[in-house]
Design a protein around this ligand. Structure first.
Ligand SMILES: [Zn+2]
Length: 362
């Protein structure tokens, strides 16, 4: 796309420089709108357009300084094409330090266009469904690549989440395989450990195909993925620094920056060689108090003890331990120490055993 004519909301690119503006957000009953800040970093020469967003969950702040650090005059001097960055997709959540916007109490990262999990009665699109539909149109019109920055639980390691590529008709399969391979190369270039999204049933049940990068991948067939940058609410310096390096390396991979990849600082890596998939678990057999025995970044073998389980008096509940039922790399522990039956106590990466290119379920 010509960098001279790229316009997102009120932000019009300036070749070789940074440009600032806003994308119209929800109208507020008290006047004005919750406009989204837009920054466009442009090179002097035309090239791909790389979309980068953060903070759709209002308490996940680490991506904001990552964007501020990446988009500099120095970047513009070397860049081919443009980086379009929206530091927050959820200004109301950022202000209130809450995951959801206060005027639409659903997960904003499940509001992008796509098949509704439970279509039910026809209903008006919500505040965020309207905003997300307009955002996806802006992405459709301009983006060559897309990365969305998130964070996870307080005790968690940084990683990239790669969705599987879904297709509806047999005739779409070859293109889906090609897109999946491109996404593998893209996530590898970023340099964080890569974890596949949930299996297709859980993916659709959780409406992850209606997330930012899920919708961009499934609806627009755009190479797109999500990054988890460790703890919510605070900025983890190591993860922020690594993300800036990873993003510059992605721009090199996309032939938007010159030079060889920069070395990535040491990050926790799984001691499991095969492709991994995100999964929640294990599930406690009874309520109680958790005493975690493992840390995020540890790799545990099947049968390994993740936590002790006691009552508040300190007596063992059941056999007193919660074990893993398969090999897993520990991505993160749930915030807190409370165990309830049916509530997973950790976020795991387990060996992938389902196809990375799959058919939409009927
Ligand atoms: Zn998030």
């Amino acid at each position: 796309m010509p960098v001279t004519t790229l316009t997102i909301g009120t932000c019009r690119s300036v070749p070789g420089d940074l440009a600032y503006g806003t994308f119209p957000g929800p109208d507020l009953p008290t006047g004005g709108t919750d406009a989204l800040a837009v920054i466009i970093a442009s090179g002097k020469h035309d090239g791909p357009v790389f979309w980068l967003t953060a903070n759709i969950h209002g308490d996940e702040v680490c991506g904001i300084p990552v964007i501020h650090r990446l988009l500099t005059p120095e970047l513009c001097r070397q860049l081919r094409g443009a980086v379009v960055a929206l530091p927050t997709l959820n200004p109301s959540g950022l202000r209130t330090r809450r995951r959801h916007p206060y005027y639409d109490d659903r997960d904003p990262n499940r509001t992008f266009p796509g098949v509704r999990k439970d279509p039910g009665e026809p209903r008006e699109p919500s505040v965020y469904e309207r905003l997300s539909a307009r955002l996806l149109e802006a992405i459709r019109e301009s983006a060559s690549y897309y990365v969305d920055l998130h964070t996870a639980s307080i005790a968690s390691v940084p990683y990239a989440i790669r969705d599987r590529v879904l297709y509806r008709q047999d005739s779409e399969r070859a293109a889906a395989v090609a897109l999946s391979e491109r996404l593998d190369h893209m996530t590898a270039a970023f340099g964080f450990p890569v974890v596949m999204e949930y299996r297709v049933g859980g993916y659709i049940a959780k409406e992850l195909h209606r997330s930012t990068t899920g919708a961009a991948l499934q609806e627009l067939r755009l190479p797109a993925f999500t990054v988890e940058l460790g703890p919510h609410t605070v900025v983890d310096e190591r993860n922020a620094r690594a993300a800036v390096i990873g993003l510059r390396n992605l721009l090199r991979w996309a032939d938007m920056l010159p030079g060889d990849p920069e070395p990535m600082p040491p990050l926790p890596r799984p001691a499991l060689a095969q492709r991994l998939r995100r999964e929640d678990g294990p599930y406690p057999p009874a309520a109680g108090i958790l005493d975690y025995r493992a840390q995020p970044g540890d790799t545990l073998a099947a049968g390994g003890i993740l936590a002790d389980l006691r009552d508040l008096w300190g007596r063992p509940v059941g056999d007193g331990v919660i074990r893993l039922d398969r090999d897993a790399w520990i991505l993160g522990l749930e915030d807190g120490i409370l165990a309830y039956p049916g509530a997973a106590i950790a976020h795991l990466a387990v060996p992938e055993d389902s196809p990375v290119v799959d058919r939409w379920p009927a």
